[in-house]
Design a protein around this ligand. Structure first.
Ligand code: WQD
Length: 339
């Protein structure tokens, strides 16, 4: 049974990826220090898969502790590195916290991957590396532009650190550029559990619907888009999770030419904020209380993906649409409040 290391394994994307890996027959070791997640997630993974995944509560900014993980588990076939802080707004307020945590942890993991000749390191990157794209949809050839936040800059720098640090080694780096991850596991037993109130749109919608938030603010309706609100490419968390496994499998099968490799993960459909709100109202048969407010600094008007590379080299196709995102997110929001 091939063994895979998943850092940030108790986070939103990490946990869904672990479920996908375990159900596909892989042995998984998680590393998560619960900085932005809860050990309860390991119970949820076990409820869904029947497997108790080992988690090592290690701070990956500590090189000696990171080395211990690899000493305890020689022979990882692949690594998926999620562990990072990801709140755009917080990164503006605390840039050093973001540069230290996101880059130091990445460097330590990548150095150990190189020393242990791990075949591939899949990196959690983001469409924020494109800044404000000149042309849509965005392909992997779309020029990278100055990021709009320190968070986005850590993603850009992370890609370059991997490109330089793993060049000429046995470890291939694969940077997956996520668009907007959203939704919850179709089992209804796991989903996004932001420790603080969700800053992202979909948790903000479900928190408003369930009443823990009085109203949802729509950050501006004066953009140059079809209804004036921002356009994003929302990708279901299970579609996103599956793409991580397919990336490693494609690398092991010699199907990836790039050293490093960059792959967009979005579903190629742009949805405005108001369209997302109306999609939620439709699937939940509720009326959402929202109001239009000022623009949020740093927001870009529109971005959505061309995912043809993921289709061609990974054999990946999205299986969920915005309505599935809203249905599963709503199911989870209702259930998580009763647990
Ligand atoms: C989406 C749209 C908001 C909340 C960020 C990061 C990205 C990734 C996902 C980590 C925007 C609008 C939102 C609200 C609103 N981060 N909105 N009211 O900013 O596209 O992407 O999160 O993985 O890297 O950049 O996502 O969900 O915050 O916003 O009107 O209460 O919804 O203005 O247009 P974003 P988001």
């Amino acid at each position: 049974m091939q063994k895979v290391l998943v850092t940030g394994g108790c986070g939103y994307i990490g946990s869904h990826t672990i479920v996908d890996l375990v159900q596909a027959g892989y042995e998984v070791v998680s590393v998560d220090n619960f900085a932005n997640s809860s050990p309860d997630t390991l119970d949820r993974i076990e409820q869904i898969t029947g497997v108790r995944v080992e988690n090592m509560a290690v701070d990956l900014c500590d090189l000696a502790a990171t080395r211990e993980v690899f000493a305890a588990h020689p022979g990882f076939a692949g690594i998926i590195h999620f562990a990072a802080h990801k709140a755009v707004g917080e990164s503006v307020a605390k840039p050093f916290k973001y540069f230290r945590n996101n880059l130091l942890s990445l460097i330590n993991v990548a150095e150990c991957a190189r020393d242990h000749k791990v075949a591939c390191l899949v990196y959690s990157s983001s469409c924020t590396v494109y800044g404000i794209p000149d042309k849509l949809p965005v392909t992997e050839q779309t020029p990278v532009k100055p990021a709009e936040s320190p968070y986005g800059r850590t993603k850009q720098m992370g890609e370059q650190i991997l490109a330089d640090g793993l060049k000429g080694t046995d470890t291939r780096s694969i940077s997956l550029r996520y668009f907007n991850p959203a939704g919850a596991h179709t089992s209804g037993m796991m989903g996004e559990s932001p420790l603080a109130q969700g800053a992202n749109l979909v948790p903000a919608i479900t928190e408003t619907a369930i009443g823990v938030r009085p109203v949802i603010e729509v950050f501006g309706d004066d953009y140059d888009t079809r209804d004036g609100t921002c356009i994003r490419d929302y990708i279901h968390i299970m579609d996103l999770a599956r793409a991580h496994r397919l990336s490693m499998e494609a690398s092991w099968a010699g199907k990836l030419a790039g050293e490093p490799e960059f792959i967009n993960l979005g579903i190629g459909e742009g949805v405005t904020v108001l369209e997302a709100i109306h999609a939620f109202e439709e699937v939940s048969s509720t009326q959402l209380n929202y109001r239009i407010t000022d623009r949020r600094p740093g927001d870009i008007p529109a971005i959505y993906a061309d995912y043809s590379k993921a289709r061609e080299v990974l054999g990946w196709e999205p299986e969920f649409a915005i309505t599935d995102i809203m249905r599963t997110a709503w199911e989870w929001e209702q259930r998580r409040r009763t647990q």
